[in-house]
Design a protein around this ligand. Structure first.
Ligand code: PLP
Length: 399
């Protein structure tokens, strides 16, 4: 891999912090005991898991470490909470979510619809902000669950999850609330204490921890059926021998994220704004896709009118820059992002939308390089675009 790689796809995954790797290493071949065994070797592993749980409690602002259960990823956290609630409450058949959730929630809801559930999908406005009033208007006495993300992975828009949870409970105290906080963790402070949120899921690989480990906050006293049935681990809420090295790694990543949180809110945001302003001022056919009231500090999503997003990504890749498009390439057809479609992003920008997501490793020099490189790429692609007339003069400043 090139030394000069500029990695601006941190919402897809992040580089594992070296301190995280260091913290994990002893738990592979030195402290390899099963935390459930009784000898000293196991005791070390057990203590490491206990300390990690305490750290995760602090990271999520929970009241009690017992409210944290370890899972394998954000998708498992969502599936555990959603299926776990519905399994125990089979009489209620109404579920609510948003149109812009991650597939781990959306596809699960589609599956539940096939199993006789009635689902409402709440829309967003053109800025990417959620229609909270519409969501609340759908809650009724049959509503078993509301699942709403904390921050959107494509636009970075932050939703008022605490307020939503509180108001949902005012309408129906029995409705459970799951918050997918995968894109919020490490970027903004999370504090579930004193909220009405019942479940909240995160994933370590989005905040410089390893892939394949996540956590689920389950509010004290909240009943749920386990997704994975087996041993007594995780207080019966998730069977399977604890993945000690990865649990330790996630806790170390959480500790570092807490230490760096103020940098996210200042330095990462400054660089994101610089990138955004640089691109918008230099490229005439660029439009900011989301101007949501609140956005996580590292994300921007920009549409390039009349240009194909996949081509932009390929050219960025050639220049050593990693970003991602709002569209997923499925079986040869380019399907525009469900998030941007829900926002009503015009067709002319839908296929040419790029998400840039920064991290605490992003440097000012890297941002400057992207701002210099991108206008050349867009200019080149504009020349081969079938929309010559519409494109016209695309650059403010010829470089
Ligand atoms: N939720 C959101 C908002 C995400 O962005 C992602 C991953 O991209 C997930 C859930 C799934 O997390 P994981 O890849 O750990 O299963």
């Amino acid at each position: 891999m090139s030394q000069n790689l500029i990695y601006l796809d941190n919402n897809a995954t992040t580089k594992v912090d070296e301190k995280v790797v260091e913290a994990m290493l002893p738990y592979f071949s030195e402290e390899y005991g099963n935390p459930s065994s009784i000898y000293d070797l196991a005791h070390t592993a057990n203590t490491a898991v206990r300390h990690s749980r305490e750290t995760m409690k602090e990271f999520l602002g929970a009241k009690d470490a017992k409210e944290i259960i370890f899972t394998s990823c954000g998708s498992e956290s969502a599936n555990t909470a959603i299926k776990g609630v519905l399994e125990l409450n089979r009489a209620k058949k109404h579920i609510i979510t948003t149109k812009i959730e991650h597939p781990c929630v959306l596809n699960l809801y589609k599956d539940l619809e096939n199993k006789s559930y009635r689902a409402d999908y709440i829309g967003v406005d053109s800025n990417g902000d959620l229609d909270v009033q519409e969501l609340l208007s759908k809650v009724d006495k049959d509503t078993a669950l509301v699942s709403v993300m904390y921050a959107n992975n494509e636009t970075g828009a932050i939703f008022p999850v605490k307020e939503i949870a509180q108001k949902v409970k005012e309408i129906n105290p029995e409705t459970k609330v799951y918050v997918d906080a995968v894109q919020a963790a490490g970027k903004i402070p999370i504090n579930v204490k004193e909220t009405e949120i019942d479940f909240l899921g995160i994933s370590a690989h989005k905040f410089h921890g390893p892939k394949g480990i996540g956590a689920l906050y389950v509010k004290s006293g909240t009943m749920m059926a386990p997704l994975i049935i087996g041993g007594h681990q995780e207080r019966g809420k998730r069977a399977g021998t604890e993945n000690v090295p990865y649990i330790v790694g996630m806790a170390e990543a959480a500790k570092l994220a807490m230490e760096h949180l103020s940098d996210e809110l200042t330095e990462v945001k400054r660089l994101r704004d610089m990138l955004e302003e640089g691109i918008l001022s230099k490229i005439k056919n660029a439009r900011l896709n989301s101007t949501a009231k609140n956005r996580v500090p590292n994300t921007t999503n920009i549409g390039f009118l009349y240009i194909e997003g996949e081509l932009i990504l390929l050219h960025l890749n050639d220049a050593g820059i990693c970003a991602s498009s709002g569209s997923a390439c499925t079986s040869g057809s380019l399907e525009p992002s469900h998030v941007l479609r829900a926002m009503g992003v015009p067709f002319t920008a839908l296929h040419g939308s790029i998400r840039f997501s920064l991290s605490r490793y992003t440097t000012e020099n890297e941002v400057i390089q992207v701002i210099q490189e991108l206008p050349h790429i867009i200019e080149k692609l504009a020349k081969i675009s079938p929309f010559q007339k519409e494109l016209g003069e695309i650059l403010n400043n010829k470089c």
